[in-house]
Design a protein around this ligand. Sequence first.
Ligand code: FAD
Length: 496
Amino acid sequence: MATKTGKQYLEELKATRPNVYMNGEKVDNIWEDPRFESTQKILAMNHDFVFEEAHKDVAIVQSPQVNEPIRRITNHVQTTMQDSLLKLDLTRDIANRRICAWCGTNVISLVWVATWETDRKYGTEYHQRLKRYVELSQKNDWDSSLAKMDAKGDRSVRPAQQKNYPGVRVVKKDAKGITVSGCKVHTSYGPCCPIMTIMPCRAMTEEDKDFAVSFWIRTDTPGISQIAKPSPNADHIDLPMQCPMSNAFGVVEGTTFFEDVFVPWEQVFLCGEYDMAGLYPHYFGTIQRQSKCSCLAGHSDLVAGIAALVADVNGVLGKSHIQDKLTHCAQMAEVAQACAFGAGAAGKLHPSGVFMPDPLKVNAGLNYIKDLTGEHIQMLHDIGGGAIVTMPTEKDYRDPRLKKLLDFTLAGNDKYSSEERIRALYLCRELAATEFTGYYMGWGVNASGSPHTGKILVRSLYDLDYRMGIAKEWAGIGDSRPWPGHCNTNKVWAGN
Ligand SMILES: Cc1cc2nc3c(=O)[nH]c(=O)nc-3n(C[C@H](O)[C@H](O)[C@H](O)COP(=O)(O)OP(=O)(O)OC[C@H]3O[C@@H](n4cnc5c(N)ncnc54)[C@H](O)[C@@H]3O)c2cc1C
């Protein structure tokens, strides 16, 4: 059975025993620990989502690899423009409803391309192994976390030139497999996924070749330990009214240590081919950032909805300056989604069979919308008013004597009860004025790569020279060269 319900997924996960630490203690059983509950809930909801009437025709797709129905967003290899476009509305809706869609399809598709290019250059067998992994993942309906980002030490010094570069490296190879040590950081969902996909986060030189490594592994493999950062507001699990977002969405983040971990060859996708390491961040920066545009469209939708709701409970929804701000928010959402779709429409089929979106449009779009993430927070403060910072807590509201006072004081638009207004304000407060705000900013600004990385890609892909030639022609000081042609940014594949 290739498409599992959330319940089936949770039942199977309980058989895994990852080595996890939190708040200075070893966690005996993460499946019984409430601090991990919201992460499990999100992953389970991602399973159940595909069975929803409104989404199922698109969210489930027949796998050409295993000839069974699979989850599009999680396990599908994208081979057509239609694939590249169909995931986008799903991503936007999930991001609106619970911040992150966790697009495993992008990881599988980019490793498909990278292993194909590596085999073509080196005659290796990585692509066959990846194909076998894809079949396993599809048949078991796995969720894999992504351990791409190394602990990088001094950012301006190459891995091999650092005395103690903390990133993951190969320490031994033999006929059966490789042994790896080192650390990956920011592993979202890590402790709650049965599988982890490991890949390089940067281009490497020959002297860095031990760090040029990619593989998949079970998270409870001996030698792996994860220090888990509690989900935001894990301390407020008992405050569902005051913390509605973190009660529903709280991804546990892992800092993942590999101490002499053995990886059999059949799980290895890259080992030492240093000039291929850069393919991973390159293709990640293309295919994942297309989804990220849709994800940020969903976040703009989220902010538009919350801003409209608080404006309504305050009685100002119809006011022109509020409508103007809501329109701006709606425009941000549509611009972000348009960039994702535009990048798909201008994409190209990679010779490995994966359909790749246009990296220039993806990164330009994402950089633009990323810059606006801070505006979301400002808008919520502006429209929500000071109460989202100063209002009393849920515990006060639960006290019958104080509730009476607060119901009187915090009444708003007659259409809503005081409790309804308070709930709307708490929602706005949590997104704009709590630890969750920082978390939300992190998803917008850094998840999928820091803003500057995207700008480097835009600058390297945008044909400024051609445009300068036209300027010279206008100025009468030179000629322009011939038009470079339609969508040329994908013509030269990174590994060619
Ligand atoms: C909520 C969240 C979830 C995430 N989930 C995952 C995940 O599941 N898996 C995963 O692998 N990663 C994940 N990430 C990591 C994310 O990709 C990184 O945070 C991002 O790429 C930035 O890298 P960094 O955090 O190491 O920042 P840094 O690299 O330290 O960047 C900080 C600043 O330094 C600058 N800088 C860094 N190096 C250089 C240099 N050599 N030259 C000039 N300037 C430089 C950057 O441009 C930036 O301005 C997640 C991040 C967040 C916030």
